[in-house]
Design a protein around this ligand. Structure first.
Ligand code: HQG
Length: 188
């Protein structure tokens, strides 16, 4: 397993690059890029310590590969997960037949019974995973986990566009309830 010694500072960088650049007194461009020197300076001004070497280690060791540099490492952005309107040039990719969404049991009433389906909430997209185990982990962040099976094949046939982020997260604008069912752990 990849070591992740910078969890706290990496969480703060996630917040800055996905949700709240002004927390470090910076701005992102329309493709979600922050200027690396401005980011380092901004983070240091909040009383945290960060230098270029550490930032490179954070990008390299991050457990979910959340961040990416541009070619010459002068810019950095989050690969996905944004709540602010940025265009990170996501690739539209034909999805596998089945994807999973991890949620909490307390949300199932609105998602399935009320028929709302999956909504992106404060983020730009609904986050899906090809991996059941990952969906369980995502669901645990919110409470007792429940995993929903998404009929991604049929959604794609019906014209829904799926994107695959640089770090392997499947993204879609919404999932209507008719494409969802509760999932049991896959056999084998
Ligand atoms: C739920 C992490 C009620 C939805 C993970 C989820 C992920 C509804 C919550 C990424 C609903 C939103 C995103 C409806 C959706 N009624 N609840 N109609 N539709 N919900 O945190 O997917 O570690 O915004 O099920 O790995 O949990 O940050 O989304 O429970 O990829 O990199 O509303 O965050 O990645 O919660 O997580 P979130 P998420 P990082």
């Amino acid at each position: 397993m990849e070591k992740e010694p910078y969890k706290k500072i990496s969480k703060f960088i996630s917040l800055v690059l996905r949700h709240n650049p002004s927390a470090a007194g910076i701005r992102l461009d329309e493709h979600g890029w922050a200027d690396v020197r401005e980011l380092i300076r901004g983070v240091c001004e909040t009383g945290r310590s960060l230098d270029m070497e550490t930032l490179k280690e954070i990008v390299r060791t991050n457990d979910k590969k959340r961040f990416a540099f541009n070619e010459d490492c002068t810019k950095i952005r989050a690969n996905q997960g944004h709540s602010i309107q940025v265009d990170v040039e996501l690739k539209a990719v034909n999805p596998p037949d089945v994807l999973y969404h991890g949620t909490a049991t307390r949300f199932l009433g609105s998602i399935l019974n009320k028929g709302e389906g999956l909504r992106p909430g404060s983020r730009l997209y609904v986050h899906l995973s090809g991996d059941y185990g990952m969906a369980v982990k995502v669901g645990q962040r919110h409470g007792v986990p429940a995993v929903l099976k998404v009929d991604a094949g049929r959604m794609a046939e019906d014209g829904y566009v799926f994107y695959l982020s640089e770090n392997g997260v499947w993204l879609v604008k919404e999932v209507p309830a008719r494409y969802l069912e509760t999932a049991a752990a896959p056999q084998g």
